[in-house]
Design a protein around this ligand. Structure first.
Ligand code: MLT
Length: 327
């Protein structure tokens, strides 16, 4: 059941008392804020949410509690965030999957990322890597491609649910290679990474924040990073272009969203707190150490995220429709 009618009832009561949305917003935040995170704890979205949430809570003077709501590739959490009262006390760390790719992957998706949410701001850009278990036979990307094509019916691929970044980016990779591995879903790439480390799955596409120490320690194989340039935290990992697969260039992002109709003064407080987090040297350093791309000023804020969201929807919808023809 949606809680929004209760919220509007409360707001109507406040207006009758002469306390309009402005007065309501001025007190904000008066209590703990819940930040919904759509995947398992310890994964890349969770890490970014905790890093920026830490600093935002200092600016706002209230605790930000992370609530991991897993399932359906992040769409369960996003539906819940969409239905939360638009009062600034429930926000979501969404990403390229939940707020762009899911639209084409789920014909009956319960939410519209553009009309059901208010953008707060981009939190991090997250390069994607092609990874395999440590003892996977291929030594480099060319060998991986050849092996995958020759053994297509025997391979499996870990992902974090239909709609997740790992699912969507490997969907693109698999369609380029023309292979259909057995998909093995997890509630996030945190648990998917554990399966890869244990050798229970063959390969996956994952965000850099989840993989730096494993690649550095050699406990998994990283064949390539799918960005135009190498990443400073993994300088030995070639780009897909260098490694012979220039068609696979893709990256993802994390961003904060509030339910539609959250009052503008509250949104502005949240956007300002996010901006301060991204300008903070220690926070920025933590994101950069994970290989994430910390947004510079022109990419921050509500308008920039709105523009990114619309362009990502345009980018992913045809890619997904081509990879998964709608019947
Ligand atoms: C996670 O935090 O587990 C990931 O963002 C999942 C994904 O989208 O692949």
């Amino acid at each position: 059941m949606s809680l929004k009618p209760h919220f509007f009832g409360l707001l109507a009561g406040l207006i009758l008392l002469g306390l309009g949305p402005a007065a309501f917003s001025q007190e904000y935040p008066a209590r703990t804020i819940t930040l919904i995170e759509p995947f398992a704890a310890g994964g890349p979205t969770d890490m970014v949410a905790r890093i920026v949430g830490d600093h935002m809570s200092k600016t706002l003077g209230r605790q930000i509690v992370i609530e991991n709501v897993v399932g359906a590739g992040g769409t369960t959490a996003t539906t819940r965030a969409m239905r939360a009262p638009p009062d600034g006390y429930t926000i979501e760390m969404g990403h390229m999957g939940t707020h762009a790719a899911a639209v084409a992957l789920y014909p009956n998706l319960a939410y519209n990322p553009v009309t059901d949410f208010e953008p707060i701001g981009l939190s991090a850009g997250t390069p994607i890597l092609i990874l395999a278990r440590r003892d996977f036979p291929a030594r480099n990307l060319r060998e991986f491609v050849a092996f995958a094509k020759a053994n297509a019916d025997k391979l499996n691929m870990a992902h974090a649910g239909v709609g997740s970044v790992s699912f969507t980016t490997c969907l693109l990779l698999n369609s380029i290679l023309n292979v259909t591995p057995a998909p093995v879903p997890y509630n996030g790439t945190g648990p998917a990474m554990n399966a890869l480390l244990a050798g229970q799955v063959d390969y996956m596409c994952d965000q850099i924040a989840n993989v730096v120490s494993q690649v550095t320690d050699g406990t998994i194989k990283a064949y390539a990073v799918a960005t135009a340039a190498r990443n400073p935290v993994l300088p030995d990992v070639p780009t897909t272009r260098e490694a012979g697969l220039p068609e696979f260039e893709v990256s993802a992002w994390n961003a904060l969203f509030a339910p539609k109709e959250t009052p503008k003064p509250i949104l502005d407080r949240l956007t300002d707190a996010l901006d301060k987090a991204l300008s903070d040297n220690a926070t920025r350093k933590r994101l950069l150490e994970l290989g994430s791309d910390s947004p510079d000023r022109p990419r921050r804020g509500q308008q920039a995220l709105d523009t990114l969201l619309k362009s990502e929807l345009q980018r992913w919808t045809p890619v997904i429709r081509a990879a998964v023809p709608v019947k």
